[in-house]
Design a protein around this ligand. Structure first.
Ligand code: ADP
Length: 519
């Protein structure tokens, strides 16, 4: 990809900035060839990769180097886009929101600084991947479990900062954050919570600190670069008990949510069960052309045939109980009784005890198998996720499910959705899988995405996370009191980052000099 400069920056001053970066990190870690730029683009882009082109990438190895880079960026007004491992696939991968931004790749800062088994936490740098931490815990026989997202190629820090989630009782990764170290847009270095006390004994224990609590202000934001993160890990339980449930009919998702949500809220179920349409299993194991080569979305009768052949229901729920064996047994009975009120379908029970192979336990075991879905359509595959949050009731879930499925069918894309139940809400991730080289399909997907945002906003559903190309669109739906939240975000942004160098446009937050979008 050829060089595209950021706004406000001439070629001469861009070159000076690169030279200055080189003096900090060395030539090897300033990546500015056409091929380098290609590497940091959105690998799954639905035909819009050209909208988010980096000008270069720079890879520091220490906090001091990050600080020096930030100071240079301020001097030359060169924007920086921090990434941890840059595997935010489906939401933009390593690419920046604003074309011309320099990607600040923190992947080399990958030390596991501390793991405390007694208190169940770790302190890590941004480049630590899920596989790295998992291997470390195993190698050192540390009885702590991680929460791992479906595709675990990325970093623990990046995922928590994007509010990604896993499926253990510690599934809300952002909730496990306890204490951050952050380089501010002016190059200053802060520690949040009690880490603000130089000799603190509780940085990774007490989340709130003294006065305003800042951790969440650095989550999904462009207010700082996280260089260390404290994160709570789950003590290994004595036993787990899995219940695998197939729901035969599309509308079964309604009663299933009404039965499970109160149990989730009361703590009978402590993890976040995901109710996903069974196509997601089929799509990671086979290709669409094996089943159907006709026009339009997969017809219902073909889908039914696929499900029958694979012994799957329309929806699959994998639910898991963690803790003491006796307690799990009692909770399992309560859940089974709830399902018996609606179906006689067999519920598969899977039991694990401490000492059995970890793969069968329901612990967060990293895997990249979920990435296989991009082969579903053939060609160079990609996917994008539309992910609104809804109240966990059948009324909302059924309305959203039917309206989204109809929208998919209108453009000929196969419905692929899940509802993951948290204590009071459900996150509805809808994947659109496409062949990136099919221009007609990708342009339809882009149009569909905007329609889904508008449909959801009409119903009062916001997104929990979104792709780079839709950050402004989603931000615009947060419209109370003439976008008061945006004004607040911008006021903070302008104070912390007067030169507007950090991740311009992230989550729809633009620095003063680059604000053009006003609806
Ligand atoms: P992962 O590789 O874990 O999937 P990424 O590194 O792609 O995650 O990060 C996802 C997004 O989170 C980035 O695009 C960026 O906006 C934000 N982010 C990641 N790491 C940091 C960090 N260390 N500091 C600030 N923001 C970050």
């Amino acid at each position: 990809m050829r060089l595209l400069l950021p706004p406000r920056v001439t070629e001469k001053s861009f070159q000076k900035a690169l030279d200055a970066f080189t003096s900090v990190v060395g030539k090897q870690w300033v990546l500015a060839t056409d091929q380098d730029r290609e590497t940091f683009m959105d690998l799954y882009a639905a035909g819009d990769a050209d909208a988010h082109v980096p000008s270069a990438a720079v890879g520091p190895q220490s906090v001091e180097e990050v600080q020096a880079i930030v100071r240079i960026a301020n001097e030359y007004k060169v924007p920086l886009w921090p990434i941890s491992r840059g595997k935010n696939l489906g939401y933009g991968a390593a690419a920046p929101c604003l074309t011309g931004t320099v990607v600040l790749d923190l992947g080399r800062m990958n030390r596991i600084l501390e793991v405390n088994e007694r208190f169940g936490y770790c302190l890590i740098e941004p480049g630590v991947g899920f596989f790295d931490l998992f291997d470390y815990l195993r190698a050192n026989n540390i009885k702590l479990w991680m929460s791992v997202p479906a595709n675990a190629w990325g970093s623990v820090v990046g995922n928590a900062l994007e509010r990604g989630y896993g499926y253990t009782p510690y599934g809300e990764n952002t909730r496990n954050i306890c204490g951050l170290e952050v380089v501010l847009p002016n190059g200053d270095l802060v520690r949040t919570g009690t880490g603000a006390m130089a000799n603190s004994t509780s940085w990774q224990l007490f989340k709130y600190g003294y006065g305003p609590s800042w951790d969440q202000l650095f989550v999904q934001s462009n207010f700082g670069i996280v260089t260390k993160m404290g994160m709570w890990l789950m003590p290994e339980p004595e036993a787990t008990l899995g219940l695998n449930i197939q729901l035969p009919h599309p509308d079964d998702v309604g009663w299933a949510v009404d039965e499970l949500a109160p149990l989730r809220m009361r703590g009978v179920i402590e993890q976040s069960p995901s109710i996903g349409n069974s196509l997601r299993f089929v799509a990671t194991r086979t290709q669409r052309s094996e089943w159907y080569t006709g026009e339009g979305a997969l017809p219902d009768h073909v889908l039914m045939e696929i499900l029958q052949k694979n012994g799957l229901g329309w929806w699959t729920i994998n639910l898991r109980l963690y803790g003491y064996e006796e307690v799990n047994e009692v909770h399992a009975r309560i859940i089974q009784q709830a399902f018996r009120r609606h179906t006689q379908q067999e519920i598969q029970v899977v039991k694990w005890h401490r000492g059995d192979p970890i793969e069968d336990s329901g612990a967060g075991v990293p895997s990249t198998q979920a990435l296989q879905i991009i082969n579903w359509r053939g060609g160079r595959g990609g996917h994008i996720g539309f992910s609104p949050v809804l109240p966990a009731t059948s009324e909302h879930v059924l309305k959203q499910f039917h309206s989204t499925k109809r929208r998919y069918e209108e453009i000929g894309v196969d419905y692929y959705g899940s509802f993951t139940l948290f204590e009071r809400y459900t996150t509805n991730v809808n994947m659109m899988v496409y062949d990136r080289d099919d221009r007609e399909m990708t342009s339809k997907v882009r149009a569909l995405f905007k329609v889904l945002i508008a449909d959801a906003a009409k119903e009062g559903y916001s997104e929990y996370r979104t792709h780079l190309s839709y950050m402004d669109d989603v931000a615009r739906t947060f419209d109370f009191n003439n976008h008061a939240l945006r004004r607040l975000n911008e006021a903070v942004k302008d104070t912390l980052d007067p030169n507007g160098i950090l991740a311009p446009g992230k989550q729809g937050i633009w620095p003063r000099a680059l604000r053009t979008d006003r609806a």
